[in-house]
Design a protein around this ligand. Sequence first.
Ligand SMILES: N[C@@H](CCC(=O)N[C@@H](CS)C(=O)NCC(=O)O)C(=O)O
Length: 158
Amino acid sequence: MMDGSDRFFRTSEPTITRSNRSTYRRKKSRINRGPKDQKRKKEKKKDQRKMALAKAKELVSSNPVVVFSKSYCPFCVTVKQLLTQLGATFKAIELDNESDGAQIQSALAEWTGQRTVPNVFIGGNHIGGCDDTKALNKQGKLVPLLTEAGAIAKSSSS
Ligand SMILES: N[C@@H](CCC(=O)N[C@@H](CS)C(=O)NCC(=O)O)C(=O)O
């Protein structure tokens, strides 16, 4: 006879219905985050950053000028406008539009010590951000660097 005491004992695994399935999955994934899982995730992140660093280095070595940028960043807009005004060709990588943009940004921070964008490279050398690029221009050093790198055509008179 049912006296109500059996209400507190579960005789089998709870039934997973359509309504509680996603909650169950979420809980299960949280439970699985043991030390092994965390180590695997850390290694995956490290691998992704390694790949991103290789990609950034390849871009820098195969283009006269590279601007790692974000499409909405006003400092990036300024640098790109300055380069355009000087008649320089450059490759802009809009990190916010790249699937591995965050990894590239972290890799650049590791490589150059600079985490902010724009992150400018000329002739394979790290230049810096917007302020650094503008300062070089003010000192009259930017155009020679761009010319030497092949981003501005050498004038025939010189
Ligand atoms: N003084 C820096 C300013 C650059 C800066 O603050 N950039 C912002 C974007 S507008 C940035 O990188 N923020 C961090 C981020 O987007 O991760 C320069 O001259 O380049």
